[in-house]
Design a protein around this ligand. Sequence first.
Ligand code: GDP
Ligand code: IMO
Ligand code: MG
Length: 422
Amino acid sequence: MANTILVGAQWGDEGKGKIIDFLTDEADIVVRSQGGNNAGHTIVLGGEKYVLHLIPSGILRRGKVCVIGNGVVLDPVALVGEIEGLRARGIKIAKNLLISGSAHLVMPYHRALDEQREVLKGKNKIGTTKRGIGPAYGDKAARTGIRLADLMNEPVFLAKLKARVKENNAVLKSLGAKPISAAKVESAYLAAAEVLRPFVANTVVALHDAIAKGKKILFEGAQGTFLDIDHGTYPFVTSSNTTAGGACTGSGVPPHRMDNVMGVIKAYTTRVGEGPFPTEDDGLGDRLHEMGREFGATTGRARRCGWFDAVAVRYANMVNGIDQLAITNLDGLDQVERIRVCTAYRLDGKKISVLPTQSDEVERCQPIYTDLPGWMSPTERATKYSDLPANARSYVETLAGLIGTRLAIVSVGPGRDQTIRR
Ligand code: GDP
Ligand code: IMO
Ligand code: MG
């Protein structure tokens, strides 16, 4: 395996963390290049569950380096909490973590704005994670952001903080929300700065040095293709480029150094938050929730569930250039007799086979399904591709065929050993 970009090819929570943990065995470095602690990447190791929000999912493997790149927005207090939580569980975090000084900070006024804007949107809310992600990227684009490097320089940070709190408090008040106390932010952020200082590095140079030495890098996408700010179901999206290109801009590693793109999909579809979801099916959702599955790793919200949408994932293949596919949660369909796969849509009376670009059109799309027979037997103990029931193999091969890409990995449980290479 050479340098690989791993992306979610649906609406997030495809099982990226689990697949990254599996692939890290053959990599040297794992990089997060976009998103923030809106992400929740779950790894189950030796029966223990770890949920990572900002730290790359390679951290559980000794001897591997994890990098938080310039494209990430980070809440320093949340990051310190995550580092301390992992250390308390015996995970070493020292020279194996590098953080870009150019990463923008998520500030308390970003969280307050995120929350209040959602309240004001009422029934048109996005259903954000309320982690302040949109307002933080908004400040970055408006060139009013504060970066981690600023936090490392106390007088610079305090001057920027003062100016930004003043402006944001005026906005918060105008929106009917409570202002932020600059003094509280100052003490909490300066305390976090001291914990984070040893990790701050020029991650662009570190990654290029590693490439020159022949090291292998895994780029861990957060969120998923249809939450992408450009290619997703806008405005029901997150505020970063979650698609393959985001790995380049968010890390400083150019496209010609990327060797392949792995797309991760669930064997069905889930979505958290509002926005169009053509194949949503409450019956399938009830079934998965009764099994204790599909509750959000970050917010605990029940995920909306539906059938596999090949029209959408074909689009994801187009914008990401997926070379290899990893299919997760196949075991979630073990007891489903008739499995539906959406192969086209009906939009305003016309049959279409391409995902529309506008959310209101996606909202009006009626799925056209092909039904496939289930396998009605457990798959969680399968360790080789040939262990899978014939109908399960036929199902995953049908999905790969519909998407037009190569199937590389099938996952049949949350554990590292429940991963099958094709
Ligand atoms: P991510 O955000 O893409 O990393 O995905 P999440 O961690 O938010 O959600 C995926 C969920 O599915 C987590 O609870 C994983 O432990 C779980 N998971 C991943 N792959 C499998 C699988 O093949 N089978 C089962 N049963 N669970 C899986
Ligand atoms: P991982 O990396 C699933 C969703 C939110 C909301 C929208 C905008 O675990 O796959 P935001 O807080 O980013 O402004 O919310 O995006 N969302 C996710 N959904 N998985 C995620 O991350 C998500 N991160 C954000 O639910 O609909
Ligand atoms: Mg998740």
